[in-house]
Design a protein around this ligand. Structure first.
Ligand SMILES: Nc1nc2c(c(=O)[nH]1)N[C@H]1C(S)=C(S)[C@@H](COP(=O)(O)O)O[C@H]1N2
Ligand SMILES: [Mo]
Length: 357
């Protein structure tokens, strides 16, 4: 999968560490209680904060638009005029219709922090970001068209020729929406201006940018990447990664804060554990309450290195369904360490040395 990444790191590097199931209509119903929804004012106040300090771990919990990763299948970036733009809703519906950007702005009912991640993102990679998106619930748009019976997929077509689809029942989830704002600003051109799809919990490829048409179909449509063999389910499993320290770092004796992020998919993160001996012994990290049920979770671990040694730091996440992060390639299945066909699996690890100063 071709990927262009513009962002260089999740952190403001300032003084860091100095111290199978199908989707129902509401996949979260009755499962667990997540961070309570924020008001518009609270969400926008968080946007202005920039870096957060969580137990000594400084990180950007919200990825600035300029640093958000970019994945495009082609080098052609569409120029869409928002004033004349029309979104078409058609297919097996009683009432096909079109919406303008003005119509969509009037229908605005959604504001949510959602973490996006490319299915091609390698273990510990930076093709992941968390932003505040605003727009309209997809369900509302679909229902206005009066869908017929027997629908299988909701298909998204884009101005750059890209297309992808999601199961029809998932498109009726309260959590799936069309976004026209990213972190309080109009969608940047490269991130799909003026309108894109946000499908929380599903790999980035289904989050179609430069959306031009929605079509409801009674067959199993396959999108651009799926035709090439990538996963059509594309559900993001529980994952975690170390952001601090970086590979090869020399850490002075005393006190060091290890930190990173974890993502629990539709269940959310319940626990994060860190190992300093390459995975023999595991200890609980501190976890910060996520900004929403679909946002990543920051974690940190207070480490007091006292022995001159090379350490292999590892991290693993647990989701609230009790599932622990997959430990990755088994002998004889080395291909599992790559991202094809359903996303990279395994445990992120970082090697460092601790030494007396
Ligand atoms: N129209 C269109 N939408 C697209 C793509 C694309 O190439 N064209 N790439 C997809 C992929 S593979 C990913 S991971 C996300 C990336 O979104 P971003 O570039 O805003 O981070 O967009 C998805 N939507
Ligand atoms: Mo992607």
């Amino acid at each position: 999968m071709k990927r262009e990444s513009t962002r260089r790191g999740f952190l403001k590097r300032i003084g860091v560490g100095a111290l199978g199931l199908g989707f129902g209509v509401s996949v979260f119903e009755g499962i667990y209680q997540f961070a309570e929804a924020l008001t518009d004012e609270e969400a926008h106040a968080l946007l202005r904060k920039g870096t957060v300090n969580f137990m000594g771990f400084m990180a950007q919990e919200i990825t600035p638009n300029e640093e958000f990763y970019i994945t495009n299948y082609s080098s052609t970036i569409p120029n869409v005029d928002a004033d004349t733009f029309q979104l078409r809703i058609e297919g097996l519906v009683e009432k096909p219709y079109t919406l303008t950007m003005k119509d969509l702005q009037t229908m605005r009912d959604k504001l949510d922090f959602v973490t996006l991640q490319c299915i091609g993102n390698p273990l510990g990679g930076d093709a992941i970001g968390n932003a505040l998106w605003e727009g309209v619930t997809l369900r509302k748009i679909i229902e206005k068209a009066m869908p017929k019976r027997g629908l299988v997929k909701t298909v998204f077509f884009a101005e750059d020729g890209y297309s992808d689809s999601i199961p029809y029942p998932l498109s009726l989830s309260e959590d799936v929406f069309l976004a026209f704002k990213m972190n309080g600003k109009d969608l940047p051109k490269i991130h799909g201006y003026p309108l894109r799809v946000i499908v929380p919990g599903i790999y980035g490829m289904k989050n179609v940018k430069w959306l031009s048409k929605i079509e409801l179909v009674n067959f199993d449509f396959k999108g651009y990447w799926e035709k090439k063999g990538w996963s059509d389910e594309a559900i993001i499993p529980v994952k975690s990664q170390i952001l601090m320290p970086m590979e090869g770092k020399k850490i002075p004796f005393g006190h060091y804060v290890i930190g990173g992020l974890a993502y629990g998919g539709r269940y959310g993160i319940s626990k994060v554990q860190v190992s300093l001996d390459g995975g023999k012994k595991w200890e609980d990290a501190d976890i910060k309450k996520p900004l929403s049920k679909w946002a990543w979770t920051l974690w940190s671990y207070q480490w007091k290195p006292l022995k001159e040694n090379r350490y292999t730091i590892k991290v693993r996440g647990f989701d609230r369904s009790g599932k622990v992060q997959e430990s990755g390639p088994l002998k004889g299945h080395l291909f599992r360490s790559g991202s094809f066909p359903d996303g990279a699996k395994g445990i992120h690890s970082v090697g460092v040395t601790a030494q007396k100063t």
